[in-house]
Design a protein around this ligand. Structure first.
Ligand code: C2O
Ligand code: CU
Length: 505
C-alpha cells in the first residue's frame, strides 16, 4: 500500500493514509475520564462553577495523564503505536460523549453524537494511536450541547509523542509549553456567562477575557534557549491573529495534524491566524532575546475588519453591522488582546540542536471528487443547503476508502458571509489549493496551509481544495467548528466505504 518514504538518516515519515489496528489484544494503557461539575479559581475573586474532566490511570504508565491547574481536563500524553482504552463516565446533568479531535480512530471510538450517553452513563473507547507526534484535543460532542459544555470547561489536550522526536532535534518535554487559548466572559462574581444575545448564535459565543490553560493573565518563565510552543485555540468562536509583541516572526513547525515535513521546512509568518480547534506549533528561540526581558503573545486586531479584536469573519458583513456589533461587544475590542507573557531567564543562553523535520509521505492517488458549498442564512449555517440529521448521509457525502478524494469547499459570499473553521472527523488532509476570495490580505498572510490538517479556515468567497484519504470505514462527520454554528446544525455525516465493484462510491 502507500508506504512511507524512509529517506536518509533513519528518519521515517508517518505513512499516509494512517492505518489503525483494532485493539484486539489487551491495551497498554487504560484510562478513565469523568465529566462532572466542579469549581475552580480562574482569577482573583470568587470561584467559578465549571464542568470538568478528571482522569485516572487504571493500568499502564502513570505519566499518561498530566492534571491541569484549572478547569481543563488532564493532558493525555500518548505514544504512537500504543493501544489505549479510555472509559468515559458522564456525571453531568446532560448527555455527553468525547471526540478525540484530529485522531484517526475506528468509527466506534470517534465520539459521534449518536454515541452520546446520558447522565450516569459510560462509554468505552478502544484505539491504537496511529497519529504522528503532534498536538491534538479532546472535547464533548453531544448534538446541540457541544458549545455549552466546552464553554463551561470540558476540553483537554492530547499530545502524541514519538521516539524520533529527539533525533529530529526538537526541544524535549522539559522545554515545551502548551497554551490552550480560550476567551470567556466572566461576570463580576466570576460566574461564566454563556449566551446573552441572539447574535451569539450567529457569531458564536465570544468572551472579553482571554484565558490560557484556564487562567487569566497567564505568564511563563522561559530559559533563554529554543522552546517548542504548542498553541491551541479551544475557543467556541474566536479567531486569533497571534503575534509576538516585539514583532519577531513566528516560526511554525506544525500546522495542525503533526509536524511539517522537511520539504516544507519551517514556515515563518508575521503572525498566525488560529481558528477554533486549530493548533499550531512554533519553535521559538528565547535565547535570541535579551536575558531578563519580557515578551508577550498577543492577538492583534484584524485591521481590515476593524472590529472585535479580530474575532471572526463576521466583519465581512456591511459596515453598519460592524459598528453595531462593535457597540454590542463592549470595551476592550479593537486593541490587541494580551494572551500570555513570557519572562526570559537571565542564565547563559543555550543553543538548541539543529531541527530536521521528517520527510513527507507519498500522496495517495486522486480518484474521486466531492464539492460542498457553505452558506449562512437566517442565522444558520448550511452545507450544500443541508443541515445535520443524526443518521443522514447523502450519496454525495460518501468517500472511497484507501484512495484520495479531492474535496472542494466553497464559501458563498453574500450578506451573511463569514469565515468558517471546517473540520472533518477520521482523516487528516492536505490543502491542495486556496483560491483568492474576498478576504483581505491581512487575514490570508497568517494562514499556514502546509502540512497535514484536520481543521482549516475558509473565508467568504474562497474555494479550498483538500486531498482526503480515509482509512477507517464507517460514519464520520464534517462540520463547522464554530461551536454555535455546529450546534445550530452546520454539520453533516459522511461515510467512508470501500468502492463497490460497480465503481459507485
Ligand atoms: Cu472537534 Cu466534530 O469536532
Ligand atoms: Cu461556521
Amino acid at each position: 500500500m502507500l508506504q512511507a518514504l524512509a529517506a536518509g538518516a533513519g528518519l521515517a515519515a508517518a505513512p499516509w493514509p494512517l492505518r489503525t489496528a483494532r485493539a484486539a489484544t489487551a491495551p497498554d494503557l487504560v484510562l478513565r475520564l469523568t465529566a462532572a461539575p466542579d469549581t475552580v479559581r480562574i482569577r482573583p475573586g470568587g470561584e467559578t462553577a465549571v464542568l470538568r474532566y478528571t482522569g485516572q490511570v487504571l493500568r499502564g504508565r502513570a505519566d499518561a495523564l498530566r492534571p491541569s491547574a484549572s478547569y481543563l481536563g488532564p493532558t493525555l500524553e500518548l505514544r504512537r503505536g500504543e493501544r489505549v482504552r479510555i472509559e468515559f463516565r458522564n456525571r453531568l446533568a446532560d448527555p455527553s460523549i468525547i471526540h478525540w479531535h484530529g485522531m484517526i480512530v475506528p468509527e466506534a471510538a470517534d465520539g459521534h453524537p449518536r454515541f452520546a450517553v446520558g447522565p450516569g452513563g459510560e462509554y468505552v473507547y478502544e484505539f491504537t494511536v496511529t497519529n504522528p507526534a503532534g498536538t491534538y484535543l479532546y472535547h464533548p460532542h453531544p448534538h446541540g450541547l457541544t458549545g455549552a459544555q466546552v464553554y463551561r470547561g470540558l476540553a483537554g489536550l492530547l499530545i502524541v509523542r514519538e521516539a524520533q522526536e529527539r533525533a529530529w532535534g526538537l526541544p524535549g518535554p522539559e522545554h515545551e509549553l502548551s497554551l490552550v487559548i480560550q476567551d470567556r466572559r466572566l461576570a463580576g462574581d466570576n460566574r461564566l456567562e454563556f449566551k446573552r444575545m441572539m447574535m451569539d448564535d450567529m457569531n458564536g459565543v465570544l468572551g472579553d477575557t482571554v484565558l490560557v490553560n484556564g487562567v487569566a493573565a497567564a505568564a511563563f518563565r522561559v530559559a533563554p534557549r529554543p522552546w517548542r510552543l504548542r498553541l491551541v485555540n479551544a475557543s467556541n468562536a474566536r479567531i486569533y491573529k497571534l503575534a509576538w509583541s516585539d514583532d519577531r516572526p513566528m516560526r511554525v513547525i506544525a500546522s495542525g495534524n503533526g509536524l511539517l515535513s522537511a520539504a516544507e521546512g519551517i514556515q515563518t509568518r508575521p503572525y498566525v491566524v488560529l481558528a477554533p480547534f486549530e493548533r499550531i506549533e512554533l519553535l521559538e528561540d528565547f535565547g535570541t532575546r535579551r536575558p531578563g526581558s519580557e515578551v508577550a503573545l498577543v492577538s492583534r486586531e484584524f485591521a481590515s475588519l476593524g472590529m472585535m479584536g479580530g474575532m471572526m469573519g463576521g466583519g465581512m458583513m456591511g459596515r453598519g453591522m460592524e459598528d453595531m456589533m462593535r457597540g454590542m461587544m463592549g470595551p476592550g475590542q479593537g486593541e490587541a488582546l494580551p494572551v500570555a507573557r513570557f519572562d526570559v531567564g537571565t542564565q547563559a543562553r543555550t543553543a538548541g540542536e539543529e531541527l530536521r523535520l521528517p520527510p513527507a509521505p507519498r500522496s495517495p492517488r486522486e480518484g474521486h471528487e466531492l464539492h460542498t458549498r457553505l452558506a449562512f442564512r437566517h442565522m444558520r449555517g448550511f452545507l450544500d443547503g443541508r443541515r445535520f440529521k443524526m443518521e443522514a448521509v447523502a450519496d454525495d457525502e460518501r468517500l472511497p476508502l484507501d484512495e484520495g478524494t479531492v474535496w472542494t469547499f466553497a464559501n458563498d459570499g453574500g450578506p451573511m458571509a463569514m469565515a468558517h473553521p471546517m473540520h472533518i472527523h477520521g482523516v487528516r488532509f492536505r490543502v491542495l489549493e486556496r483560491s483568492t476570495g474576498d478576504a483581505p490580505a491581512d487575514l490570508r498572510e497568517g494562514l499556514v496551509d502546509a502540512g497535514f490538517k484536520d481543521t482549516f479556515l475558509i473565508f467568504p468567497g474562497e474555494r479550498v481544495r483538500l486531498l482526503v484519504a480515509p482509512t477507517e470505514p464507517g460514519l464520520f462527520m464534517y462540520h463547522c467548528h464554530n461551536l454555535e454554528h455546529e450546534d445550530g446544525g452546520m454539520m453533516r455525516n459522511c461515510r467512508f466505504e470501500a468502492r463497490s465493484p460497480a465503481g459507485r462510491t
